[in-house]
Design a protein around this ligand. Sequence first.
Ligand code: ZN
Length: 349
Amino acid sequence: MIKLLSKIVMLSVFASFSIVKSQSVKEVLKQNGTFRKDMTFAIKSDSKETYLPVTIIKGKEKGPVFSIVAGIHGYEYPPIIAVQELLKEIKPENIKGSLVIIPIANVESFQKRTPFINPLDGKNLNNIFPGLQNGSPTEQIAYLITKEIISNSDIFLDIHGGDANEDLLPFVCFYNREDNLEKTKLALKLSEASGMKNIVSYPYHLKPSDVSKYAFKEATQKGITALSIEAGKLGTVQNESVHLIKSSVYRMLKFSGNYTGKIPKTNVAEIQTFFNDQNYVRVPENGIFYSTLKSGDSVKTNQILGYITDEFGNKKQDIVSEVNGTILYKIGTPPVNKGETLFCIGYTK
Ligand SMILES: [Zn+2]
């Protein structure tokens, strides 16, 4: 019975892969009618195999293509669960234009419970954009997202959260691309429309030939309106983070004109806070990290943020803030390794 069942599962997996080879996202988006289509892109690199799941929801009337990605980091659960709920709730009848949704971009990282990296090749998907067509599994996922999703999007939203070791303040963010003000302004408007309390803009200095590394930076570089939501922390599913992500996405979809249904009334911040620059505090040496500070706490220049000890309990050094600002995220568990981002402190210039 188990053998038979596994054969059926294998057949259904291969069957869905074979559909994909004949159709691209672009071709599906061109099809007439109001529909939802679930598809998978097969990925093979030497003996390693995985896949990229994609759902396309096309509405009756014309409108923008709004893409939503979860699970680029498979241990960041609130974005993945929020997108699962959106997939259940959103009907094609309530959509104008199209939604292109990746429910879990890094399936292996999710299934194998691996923070940050894909266990198939040890690579961080959010560090290798635009990817490589014939590269390792993770490089191929990045390539497919670039080619199939980003290039067909009017608006690209990549949803993350604090990974297994990250304590994070929820925020919505975009790159302040000053040479593409129209798209940058739309990203700001969408951020405001999300209702999230904290809005972060990152400086943007990429040349066209530079490597983008990050998914929504790749979209920004390609001239597409791109944003990211960050919500959830420390490798757990917090219901409030799931609800926050969902309501923020619904509000963005309403603002972009993609969604005609009802949107949740909760989770709208009365006052929004803007952070237009960030200070990254790097881990100076390997060790055990102690801090009483949490994400969202305010810090001052020269304030001691915490300290690092060795395995014998000897204090190695204090960690000191170089700026006044708010902790957007920090390492929230004891082990720290040289070069990692220990704190990201947001502030306004
Ligand atoms: Zn992430």
